[in-house]
Design a protein around this ligand. Structure first.
Ligand code: FEC
Length: 311
């Protein structure tokens, strides 16, 4: 095989319903085939309605993936052929792997558009890709586990925090709260690295900026009847207010796009709680398809490619 034959670039992301009709199949897929109750479905539909009916995530994922592929195809390295695979919407990860196989792609680098590794997040994306590639007998997968400590990503996150702090009259009095999507507490029993990775990237940004006031929280926990990782960001806001803090910058460092978990959970839900508490709450801008973010992803992909060999 020529070294210049295209490398498959598998960009994996969460996926979102593209219309009101797609909310039910999407939610059922998230719940591993169990349909939500009418009440749960209404509640989710209401949340989508309050951010304009659909999430911008579908469009942003495409812009991120295509922008990344463009950079990789212009950097003089091995050309790539892009495949987008979603976890909970079509085209699914399995569809993307199947398309690669059909197109004769022999090797692929797979990246998930989420920085921190968890058995319940990145590993499940990877398991879907691996199972399909094994079933078909290819392509060979080089999967990226996490990229939360990529220096370009950390620089960009630090820039976003600096920009957010400037929105306050006294930036040195602001507490920055780093958050990521909560997960069921049972991940801790398998030594899941997710909480430590959230702390690691948050601490790295805080150190870079010399932040004195910063904290960590979880957001967007599901209502599944089992305990989820805490403290939840809404409780964290209450705790901070109780301790006399009145300026908070939220940095949802576990997410890289504007979507429901930011546009609703932070901009509407957390803002409402902040208002009740008399807190001034701002949030950092999401990375979306910022060229600096795509450059960070490009370096992550090239680095993984250079380490070679499958899995
Ligand atoms: O804008 C959009 O339409 C999609 C936004 C969206 C993102 C996202 C990211 C993550 N999730 C993670 C874990 C879970 C677990 C459950 C769960 C449930 C939902 C529901 C919606 C939803 N998630 Fe999500 N998630 C997004 C949206 N998520 C909608 C269902 C209703 C609800 O609870 O609000 C619980 C499953 C269960 O019920 O058993 C667990 C993790 C991430 C971040 C990493 C990643 O992007 O993969 C972890 C974006």
């Amino acid at each position: 095989m020529s070294s210049q034959s295209p490398l498959g670039l598998l960009v994996m992301a969460y996926g979102t319903p593209r219309s009101r009709e797609e909310i039910l199949p999407y939610y059922t897929h998230i719940r591993r085939g169990r349909a939500p109750s009418a009440e749960q479905l209404d509640d989710l539909t209401r949340r989508y309605e309050s951010i304009g009916g659909v999430s911008p995530l579908a469009e942003i994922t495409i812009r991120q993936a295509e922008g990344l592929a463009r950079l990789l195809n212009e950097d003089g390295g091995r050309p790539v052929q892009l495949y987008i695979g979603l976890k909970h919407a079509s085209p699914f990860i399995e569809d993307a792997v199947e398309a690669m196989h059909r197109d004769g792609i022999e090797e692929c680098v797979g990246i998930v558009l989420a920085p921190h590794y968890s058995t319940m997040s990145i590993q499940s994306y990877q398991n879907s890709a691996k199972a399909k590639a094994e079933q078909l007998g290819g392509p060979k997968l080089r999967l990226i586990d996490n990229w939360h400590m990529n220096p370009l990503f950390l620089d960009l996150l630090a820039d976003r925090v600096t920009e957010g702090l400037r929105r306050f009259s006294q930036p040195d009095k602001v507490t920055t709260v780093f958050s990521a999507h909560s997960l069921p507490e049972r991940i801790l029993t398998v030594g899941d690295p997710y909480p430590a990775q959230l702390r690691e990237s948050g601490e790295a940004v805080a150190k870079k900026l010399g932040l004195v006031h910063y904290d960590f929280a979880w957001q967007s926990a599901g209502q599944t009847g089992e305990p989820w990782l805490g403290p939840d960001i809404l409780d964290k806001l209450r705790e901070l207010a109780q301790n006399g803090i009145d300026n908070v910058l939220s940095c949802s460092q576990g997410f890289v796009a504007d979507h429901l978990e930011v546009l609703y959970d932070i901009d509407i839900e957390a803002q409402a709680v902040a208002k009740e508490l008399g807190l001034h709450l701002e949030r950092t801008r999401q990375l979306n398809d910022d060229p600096a973010f795509l450059k960070a992803l490009q370096s992550v992909v090239r680095e993984r490619e250079s380490r070679g060999e499958a899995q």
